[in-house]
Design a protein around this ligand. Structure first.
Ligand code: GLY
Ligand code: MN
Ligand code: MN
Length: 330
């Protein structure tokens, strides 16, 4: 920016408005389609990221401080020849999104949500989330929520192919998780209507994913609307779905994240209850037992191919059995 200031005699505050939209669109069109060389680099980023996640899953114990695990995974990113692709999120307070506080001591009964990734020496990013119990096993209550998120993630991934809009994939995942919450008695009524009105966002207040590449939220510095939306697919204005960073139809060569989550955010629950929001769809009394549950998110990085999709990197444990096996020393 300082160089541009000198070359163009353009003060810093005026630079953004003077940018060429045609040039931005050209850069996005080129960078949105990853070449074979880029995809190989991203496979490497995700594979290193998997090593980091398995290490955190193995080393978590009651009495350890979150920062010990955050330091461990950062060290592994560096040791494998790269660095972190964004500041580590690793917390027993998974319900606090983008939470970089690492001062909690792990206690039995809690869930640890780890959202972190490696960036390769060539600066391609991985962005993976896994959630696991401090105990060796998930409790039944944790299993129920975890399985809803896992099923939504697997189904969303299975549906990925050229032509489908990511906005639709997001809404399908929201609907599926709402159905799961209804089966547990936490939501009620007509779930199609609940999702249309945005009631699910109490539990899923973020987007299903974003493009990833040289940046973890790829190219968004150029303007999120150029990356995630088109003249035909517009960003929703509804709380929750409005935060979906990628809504447009998918094309071969796109690499994106799939990251559904369910969270129990006491402050948001209290606020919505006080305002009597969506009382036809949310069973506030049943939520009392989930006040200290935390959150579950599961995130993978997926390439859109000509005929479908491919999950990048070596598989990272994510079924309940796989995660518990690592927790028990597997
Ligand atoms: N790690 C930030 C995100 O998942 O978007
Ligand atoms: Mn993430
Ligand atoms: Mn992400």
């Amino acid at each position: 920016m300082l160089l541009l200031k000198d070359l163009l005699n353009l003060p810093l505050p005026k630079q953004k408005a003077a940018a060429s939209e045609a040039f931005i669109r050209g850069v996005v069109a080129q960078r949105a389609h990853k070449s074979d060389e880029e995809i190989a680099e991203m496979e490497l980023a995700v594979t290193v990221t998997g090593v980091m996640h398995v290490a955190a899953m193995r080393e978590a114990r009651e009495g350890r401080v979150e920062a010990e695990l955050a330091g461990l995974v950062e060290g592994l990113a560096v040791a494998n020849g790269g660095n972190l692709s964004y500041p580590v999120i690793l917390s027993v307070d998974g319900q606090i999104l983008h939470n970089h506080y690492h001062g909690n001591i792990l206690e039995k009964g809690q869930l640890v949500l780890g959202d972190f990734g490696a960036e390769t020496a060539m600066h391609y990013a991985g962005d993976i989330t896994r959630t696991f119990p401090v105990n060796d096993h998930f409790s039944n209550k944790q299993k129920e929520i975890y399985q809803i998120v896992l099923d939504a993630e697997n189904n969303a991934i299975a549906s990925l192919k050229p032509g489908i809009t990511y906005q639709q994939v997001h809404l399908n995942a929201a609907r599926q998780m709402a159905d799961g919450l209804k089966a547990l008695g936490l939501m009620k009524g007509d779930m199609a209507e609940a999702v249309a009105q945005g009631a699910h966002a109490l539990f899923f207040p973020h987007g299903l994913g974003h493009m990833i590449g040289l940046d973890v939220h790829d190219m968004e510095d150029l303007g999120e609307q150029y990356v995630g939306y088109t003249d035909n697919v517009h960003r929703s204005t509804q709380f929750g779905t409005a935060y979906l960073r990628l809504g447009r139809a998918l094309e071969p060569g796109f690499v994106l994240t799939v990251e559904p989550g369910l969270y129990f955010i006491p402050e948001l629950i209290d606020q919505w209850r006080r305002k009597k929001m969506f009382t036809d769809f949310i069973n506030y009394d049943a939520l009392k037992k989930y006040r200290h549950f935390g959150g579950v998110r599961i995130e993978d990085n997926v390439l859109i191919t000509k005929t479908g999709h491919r999950v990048l990197g070596e598989p990272i444990p994510k079924t309940i059995e796989e995660v518990e096996s690592i927790r028990m020393g597997g």
